[in-house]
Design a protein around this ligand. Structure first.
Ligand code: 5GP
Ligand code: ZN
Length: 115
């Protein structure tokens, strides 16, 4: 499949692994916008948040379970942010569902600023 994140999961494109289980893979973002910036993705190809259905929604809970585990391991006690961009207006550039985990900086809150 011609999908960047499917290639990363397959190991065809290298990545810095943070976490992996049967269903979820997490790795460092290549262009971090915060001191800690990881991406959590399902091993199953789902194009984005708009493609979540009753049949595949279980993976979202598995991803958030992985995020909580990594946040505890990294001792992100002062907080973190989880973001998923969906579609053009939100700036989604890779059409494989992914959740950004951002931490290590006090973040603002604006639809136009990100961090
Ligand atoms: P989006 O803009 O779709 O929400 O997020 C895509 C993210 O994937 C971006 O933050 C971008 O830096 C990251 N990214 C794009 N290509 C690669 C890559 O080849 N390796 C890694 N580790 N991250 C990537
Ligand atoms: Zn994919």
């Amino acid at each position: 499949m011609d999908c960047l994140f499917c290639k990363i999961i397959a190991g065809a494109i290298p990545s810095t692994k943070i976490y992996e289980d049967e269903f979820v893979y997490a790795f460092q973002d290549i262009n971090p916008i915060a001191p800690l910036h990881y991406l959590f993705i399902p091993k199953q190809h789902i194009s984005g948040a708009s493609a979540i259905t009753a049949e595949n929604a279980e993976i979202v809970g598995k991803i958030f379970t992985a995020i909580a585990k990594v946040a505890a391991e990294e001792k992100l006690d002062s907080g973190f942010r989880v973001i998923t961009n969906c579609g053009a207006d939100a700036g989604q550039t890779v059409p494989h569902l992914h959740f950004h985990l951002l931490a290590g900086i006090e973040m603002g809150w604006s639809a136009n600023s990100g961090v």
